[in-house]
Write a protein that binds this ligand. Structure first.
Ligand SMILES: Nc1ncnc2c1ncn2[C@@H]1O[C@H](COP(=O)(O)OP(=O)(O)OP(=O)(O)O)[C@@H](O)[C@H]1O
Ligand SMILES: [Mg+2]
Length: 562
């Protein structure tokens, strides 16, 4: 282009020079007009005209080229600066890409990608579907956004929103794509949808658990009480069976509660690396017999988040057991890798296995309570729901990356934060016979009343019962009691109101009224229990639970400094 300008300048010079000469000759030739002079003048004049015309044409061309160059630069800037990817395919092969598309797909330069067939960027299982789409796009000419999956250079999957249009590129029919990476957006959407779904399931579970708690309380309680009475060996076996099955049901209920309720974990700054080592030690036998090689990559100087170590250990056990089962299912030598690292304001734990992987259609369901792909009796489908509940209660997150047939990584993120001080509950007075005290138990469920009465009676307590708040107030006005147990959820007058009235009318019972409830999944109940420093009897309870609560309460009320 500079040569164009140089030529134009040259011709302008020639035009001026020859024009000047012709002008000078014209002025001087007036007096000595010869044929030779006229001929020479004509040559100069014509050269001047020709050179001027050429110069003008070249200047115009130069200006056109400049305009073209400017507009090309504008378009190039637009295409290069676009955050959307742009790609042009001629006969299904890449002919042009912009930097955004290269970034999205993980390539460093256009040369790595030019000339490749589109199938090279797709997961094999989607190639046929995309081929059908491309045919439709070519026929229809313009297609609005459509979502599809693509494989990046490093093999990871990207979710792309693609719009296509046909055009002519360098004289050939071509298909142009505008591509947006929506992987992150979709992850966030799915996470929000999953959280909403699990919250709804949680509410349902909380309701079911509440309904199950009373009958279970009765079964566990009566079985425990019967066991203390004289019986024949065959009755003993039956009782043991009832107790074992009831315990199993109670343990499922407890797991469901962990999933459903927003339970405040008892947090303390915890060395997660050590917790991981301890957990793997616990699982060492299981992993060794399954021939699983364990690799640890634990970040030194890992910050210590405030967590409930026991609960987080439960999460780790669930993940390790799942990994071991998935590796056994894959039938190749297992490799389990556990890594920790600091991730901004959180700590990240990754549990990776080379097991069977999780099909994409299951990814949204594995946290659902009772979702399992294991044979009956092998899994209840509660491990991940419980883990989800625990991590959520810590304000953290649990994510999955999985490739079918290749393996799975569970990523647990636990936020760093100030450890709230664990509530200093009254300590149980251990061992020894309990002094006999007078108890009033208030519950609208006759079965619960009966079981509690028996349970308290079996540890030497004198117990009276009342079926409602009003009846309890009448009894308390007429007789004296040392302690009162109130159910929280009762019709007419609830437990909290009753407790407040008792403490107002009978100040000597302050610190001696405790709650009994099966409704710990309910946020109001949780708040109530949280605000009370006294022990609680949670349904379904075992005789030991009741005894423990009684000991703690008596210790706190009668020996406050013990
Ligand atoms: N690491 C993994 N690899 C492959 N699939 C997994 C993995 N972890 C979980 N899953 C899938 O998720 C399902 C649910 O897991 P979860 O731990 O909740 O229940 P479970 O293991 O089936 O039973 P439970 O843990 O109650 O004994 C499993 O049945 C399995 O299909
Ligand atoms: Mg499991």
């Amino acid at each position: 282009m500079t040569s164009l300008r140089r030529t134009a300048v040259l011709f302008t010079g020639v035009a001026i020079l020859t024009g000047t000469v012709a002008l000078a000759m014209g002025l001087s030739c007036g007096r000595h007009l010869t044929v030779q002079a006229v001929g020479l003048w004509l040559v100069h004049a014509l050269t001047a005209v020709l050179a001027a015309w050429l110069a003008w044409t070249l200047w115009r061309l130069h200006s056109k080229v400049r305009q073209l160059r400017d507009s090309e630069a504008t378009y190039r800037t637009l295409v290069n600066a676009s955050s959307d990817g742009i790609a042009i395919f001629v006969l299904d092969h890449v002919r042009f890409t912009n930097p955004a598309l290269l970034r999205m797909m993980g390539y460093a330069s256009e040369s790595e990608i030019l000339g490749q067939h589109y199938a090279a960027f797709l997961p094999p299982e989607t190639v046929d579907e995309v081929r059908g789409l491309v045919d439709t796009w070519v026929t229809r000419g313009l297609v609005e956004f459509h979502e599809l999956q693509a494989r990046r250079k490093d093999g990871s999957l990207a979710e792309l929103e693609v719009s296509a249009s046909t055009l002519v590129y360098q004289g050939e029919g071509a298909l142009q794509f505008i591509v947006r990476d929506v992987t992150e957006r979709n992850v966030l959407r799915r996470r929000a949808a999953q959280a909403a779904k699990l919250a709804a399931v949680g509410e349902l579970v909380a309701g079911v658990v509440h309904e199950l708690n009373n009958p279970l309380t009765a079964i566990v309680g009566y079985a425990g009480l019967l066991a203390k009475q004289p019986h024949s060996p065959s009755q003993e076996e039956d009782l043991a069976r009832i107790a074992a099955q009831a315990q199993r049901a109670a343990s499922i209920v407890r797991k469901l509660l962990t999933f459903a309720r927003l339970q405040e974990p008892e947090r303390r700054a915890t060395d997660l690396n050590q917790l991981i080592r301890d957990t793997l030690d616990l699982q060492a036998y299981r992993l060794r017999t399954s021939r699983v090689a364990v690799a640890l990559d634990l970040a030194p100087d890992l910050p210590q988040p405030a967590v409930d170590a026991q609960q987080i250990q439960q999460v780790l056990v669930n993940l390790v057991v799942n990994a071991e089962q998935a590796m056994a299912a894959a039938g190749r030598p297992g490799q389990l890798a556990v890594a920790t690292r600091s991730a901004g304001s959180a700590v990240e734990i990754r549990v990776n296995d080379n097991g069977c992987g999780i099909p994409s259609e299951h990814l949204d369901r594995v946290f659902d309570p009772f979702f399992t792909t294991k044979a009956p009796g092998e899994g209840t489908g509660l491990g991940l729901s419980v883990s989800y509940g625990i991590v959520r209660d810590h304000g953290g997150e649990i994510r999955i990356e999985s490739r079918l047939g290749e393996g799975t990584t569970f990523i647990v993120l636990l936020p760093l934060g100030q450890p709230p001080r664990a509530p200093e509950g009254p300590r149980p007075a251990s061992g020894g016979r309990l002094p006999t005290r007078r108890w009033l138990v208030v519950d609208d469920e006759p079965v619960a009343l009966d079981v509690l009465q028996h349970a308290l009676g079996s540890v030497g307590q004198y117990v009276e019962v009342a079926g409602s708040g009003h009846e309890a107030l009448q009894r308390l006005a007429a007789e004296s009691f040392d302690y009162v147990v109130v159910d929280i959820r009762m019709p007419e007058m609830d437990g909290a109101t009753l407790k407040a009235l008792i403490e107002e009318r009978l100040p000597e019972l302050r610190g001696r009224v405790i709650y009994c409830t099966g409704d710990t999944a309910n946020p109001t109940t949780r708040a109530l229990l949280h605000s009370s420093a006294l022990p609680t009897i949670e349904k379904p309870f075992r005789a030991e639970d009741v005894e423990g609560a009684v000991r703690r309460l008596v210790a706190a009320a009668e020996h406050p400094r013990a």
